[in-house]
Ligand binder design. Structure first.
Ligand code: NI
Ligand code: MN
Length: 228
């Protein structure tokens, strides 16, 4: 299957039969790898309610009929805006036609700042385990390092992990290197860096440290893809 990086924490997964989008922050991202109009999706996975993750999920869902998969609160919110959605919650999984999605914990926030300035907390932030086409993918969402990543690595043989490295709001490089040791994925794709000044990070420095410890890294520029 093909994994295409769309910048920040946004990815498109093409299984050959189905197209999934994760955290489609596209129109608001100056370094986006695609415009929202270019993105066809059957499903859209949203890790939390911050604007740089919820992004264009609702508009793409409405245009494509894509089902938004997220926590109960975000799924319900998107549904109220006219998008199709499927609610899950932490530790729960569901079998869709493309495969299974399980919500994992993430240490972060999930508050939406509405246009009228009000703050709406939409449940707990999450990450995703995605089981599709015989592959296991892990997208950590926005999170600090947590020791349960070791449990995730013990329970599942991860083919590709998407981990934040930008620091400030999430793990920085050194904590992400530790996360790779816990998860032991076949390959790690760094994300959530260099979109804004406060999350500047050098993905090559991350790759050097991870590879020195014996794991693989694939650095994808916005718009670039790889086969898994
Ligand atoms: Ni966030
Ligand atoms: Mn973020």
């Amino acid at each position: 299957m093909k994994i295409r990086y769309l910048g920040h924490s946004a990815f498109q997964i093409d299984t050959g039969k189905h197209k999934l989008l994760i955290d489609p922050f596209l129109s608001g991202n100056p370094n986006s790898g695609a415009t929202p109009d270019e993105c066809d999706a059957d499903y859209i996975l949203v890790s939390h309610a911050h604007g740089d993750h919820l992004g264009d999920a609702v508009s793409i869902s409405k245009r494509c009929g894509a089902i938004i998969i997220s926590n109960f609160e975000i799924a319900t919110y998107c549904n109220m805006l006219g998008a199709k959605s499927h609610p899950l919650h932490i530790g729960g999984s569901f079998g869709f036609d493309f495969g299974r999605v399980k919500l994992t914990i993430a240490h972060h926030g999930s508050t939406l700042v509405a246009e009228d300035g009000s703050f709406v907390t939409l449940g707990a932030p999450c990450g995703f385990l995605i089981f599709t086409g015989g592959k296991t993918l892990y997208h950590a969402g926005d999170t600090g390092l947590f020791y349960d990543m070791k449990l995730i690595g013990e329970m599942y043989s991860i083919d590709a992990a998407m981990l934040p490295i930008g620091d400030n709001f999430t793990m920085g490089i050194d904590d992400a290197v530790k996360a790779v040791q816990f998860l032991n994925p076949k390959v790690t794709i760094p994300m959530h860096y260099n979109t804004f000044d406060v999350i500047k990070a050098d993905p090559n420095r991350f790759a050097e440290k991870v590879m020195a410890a014996g794991n693989e890294v694939a650095i994808l520029g916005p718009g670039q893809s790889m086969e898994v």
